[in-house]
Design a protein around this ligand. Structure first.
Ligand code: MSP
Length: 642
């Protein structure tokens, strides 16, 4: 039974610009953390939304000739529409222009005002219009705003102030005594070091003579509240603070996700606001680094602001989610380039995950017509064939890492297990065992363990790649009804795949990506020279003389004394051929087993290094590296290629 609850939030994003890669990352990371907690038997609530008040929005709206509300409606819709495109499953989307939110902001302001922690005073300070806040001298870099690179303007006005200084010692103590309050550790250190200096009280109002697009202070009609005082309250207004059921149910265990740019409002203002309003403090603040694109900060002037919708359209949702979670070490900055996403897709997804999946299922299909035969426990024990403890280790490591938002490590634990499964195959050589009927029980036991291993992998990847998880589970005939997921407890129980289960023929999970093929616009218009020159023209009848067939490589080994040749056994449906291929410099035997290739099936037999070769497989030379031809879907061996 689910008893534990956890509340997950992203920042609410400003509507002054369209969503980009950075926003997509935080939303996906929060979605991954939420899905993981669901696997860990938690009932969760996931909130995201848009921050719609303030100078920035007024300026952006004016630039477009719209009212702030019209403008906010347009951009907020873009943020809302992005979520399903990233497969982010939020429970609620809040907008700071929602009337319920506005009421709660007023309630919180009144509560703090009544308790005496808000006072009115004259103030002269350094104001950055970009950040919409006053700066202290020591926070500036060479006298300029560190985020906007501009010298702030001196502003003199009467305003309302929040007595943050009163709570400084309390906050330092809270951070120190709650080790999980701010993660990762470097950000906790950063905040504590900031808190070594006296904290200034926070100016929480803006006179309406300067700004009207905000929430009016409940105790002074002439002022609107400072955007952060409005925005941070979204986390409780969305839950129906103070009496809402959701607030009662979820607030106690709240986990905020933000990037390092907004650590101060979340790590200093917000806990102090909660304390002053008599509301329990949130449990944890998870802070990640920044995505740069091609080595630079995203900026319109550089032209490297990356649209997450375009990236998912090209590479697919799961590949994008995987890339983001695998590439960024949570807490540190990361770099986005198309080359890195392509190489992650090809190496980690197409090769490691995809090939292992099809390699195992193809063997099960070949040796047992797709039926899971069960295992012999005595043989398993005597021959040390169980993968159970490797799976347990992967699950434990995954759990530990995900708990700490170390997503790249969690993924690493799954991939370590995939590598173990491949080594297990290479060591036990099912193709060799399959030659002798006497080995049938051993072969069955090996395949059972491998299919079980795939079950574990399919379940663990769920938070990161939900669609791929379902696709694998469908092939393994273990889909949960209503697209559910498996809990960590269910995953941990070894031996879940039932004997007699029929396993479908798998589609390729992740086709390899060739960069040239996905950027048609960039290459269009360029006439590519063929190197070498084209051969003499042939007729269709000439071409028909070549019998091209689909084949599946079922075994591969190096040929002694040759660093170029591999000896392959290729399944052509009705028969198996031995083919000697000159690909050893670019393919290891274990990389190529299970691969589907195109075979010239009517080529005259030849002898190479003393070995008979009954055909040829097609490949091309790409920058001095051989690349095998193949298909973007799983196909039956022996099909003619036309
Ligand atoms: N509206 C405030 C947040 C209020 S929360 C109560 C705000 N909005 S924002 O649109 O500027 O969003 C900032 C957040 O967007 C970052 O904290 C981070 O989550 C995400 N990112 C924006 N750019 C980013 C990168 N380049 N890299 C990673 N995430 C970044 O601040």
């Amino acid at each position: 039974m689910t008893t534990k609850k956890q509340f997950f939030t992203t920042p609410i994003y400003y509507v002054n610009a369209k969503p980009h890669l950075g926003h997509a990352y935080t939303s996906i990371a929060t979605d991954v953390a939420t899905r993981f907690k669901q696997m860990d038997n938690h009932e969760t609530f996931f909130l995201t939304g848009t921050d719609e008040h303030g100078d920035k929005i007024v300026q952006a709206a004016q630039a477009q000739g719209n009212t702030p509300k019209e403008y906010a409606d347009q951009i907020s819709t873009l943020f809302q529409n992005l979520l399903p495109k990233l497969n982010v499953k939020n429970n609620h989307f809040i907008r700071t222009t929602d009337p319920d939110h506005i009421n709660v902001v007023k309630k919180v302001l009144s509560k703090i005002y009544d308790s005496g922690d808000i006072y009115f005073s004259n103030y002269e300070g350094l104001y950055c219009f970009g950040c919409e806040r006053f700066y202290q001298e020591r926070e500036l870099t060479d006298g300029k705003c560190p985020d906007h690179g501009k010298a702030p303007t001196v502003i003199k006005e009467s305003n309302y102030f929040f007595k943050m200084s009163k709570y400084q010692e309390w906050l330092i103590n809270h951070i120190k005594t709650n080790p999980d309050f701010i993660r990762p550790a470097q950000y906790k250190k950063e905040l504590l070091s900031f808190l070594k200096e006296p904290l200034e009280d926070l100016c929480i109002s803006r006179p309406k003579s300067r700004l009207t697009w905000g929430i009016t202070l409940p105790f002074d009609e002439d002022y609107v509240t400072y955007v952060w005082f409005d925005a941070l309250v979204n986390y409780i207004s969305a839950l129906g603070y103070p009496d809402g059921e959701l607030f009662k149910k979820f607030w106690a265990d709240t986990r905020h996700f933000v990037a390092k740019d907004i650590i101060k409002p979340h790590g200093i203002y917000w806990p102090i606001m909660l304390k002053a309003a008599g509301i329990p403090i949130y449990k944890g603040l998870n802070v990640h680094g920044f995505w740069n694109v091609k080595g630079s900060k995203m900026s319109k002037s550089i032209g490297n602001v990356t649209d997450p919708v375009k990236v998912t359209d090209i590479y697919g949702i799961d590949s994008f989610r995987y890339f983001l979670m695998r590439e960024m070490v949570f807490g540190l900055d990361a770099n986005f380039t198309e080359e890195t996403i392509i190489s992650r897709i090809n190496a980690d997804l197409a090769n490691d995950l995809g090939n292992t999946f099809s390699r195992i299922l193809s063997m099960n299909l070949r040796y047992f017509d797709g039926e899971v035969k069960g295992y012999d426990s005595k043989i398993e024990k005597d021959k040390g064939l169980s993968l159970s403890s490797d799976a347990s280790l992967a699950i434990d490591e995954f759990k530990k890492a995900m708990e700490l938002c170390e997503f790249h490590k969690g993924i690493g634990a799954i991939w370590q297990f995939i590598s173990t499964m491949n080594k297990y195959i290479d060591k036990n050589k099912p193709w060799a065992l399959a030659k002798d009927e006497a080995n049938i029980r051993v072969l069955e036991t090996i395949l059972y363990n491998l299919v079980e291993g795939l079950r574990v992998v399919s379940c663990l990847i769920y938070p990161i790649m939900p669609q791929t998880s379902f696709k694998m589970q469908k092939a393994l005939s273990m889909e949960k009804e209503n697209k559910g997921f498996y809990t960590l407890d269910e995953i941990s129980a070894w031996g879940q795949v039932k004997k007699g289960t029929l396993i479908a023929k798998p589609d390729s999970l992740f086709p390899r990506i060739e960069k040239d093929k996905i950027k048609p616009k960039e290459t269009a218009g360029q006439t590519k020279m063929f190197k070498p020159a084209l051969k003499e023209e042939i007729t269709i009848d000439d071409f028909a003389k070549i019998d091209l067939r689909t084949g599946t490589v079922i075994s591969a080994e190096k040929i002694e004394k040759s660093n170029k040749l591999l000896k392959l056994k290729v399944d052509l449906g009705a028969q198996t051929r031995q083919i000697i291929a000159g690909i050893a410099k670019n393919y290891n035997p274990d990389q190529i087993i299970g691969k589907q290739v195109i075979v010239v099936a009517n080529l005259k037999e030849a002898t190479l290094m003393g070995e008979t070769s009954q055909g040829m497989i097609l490949a091309t030379d790409n920058k001095k590296k051989l690349v095998l031809s193949g298909f973007d879907k799983e196909i039956l061996p022996g099909n003619p290629v036309k």
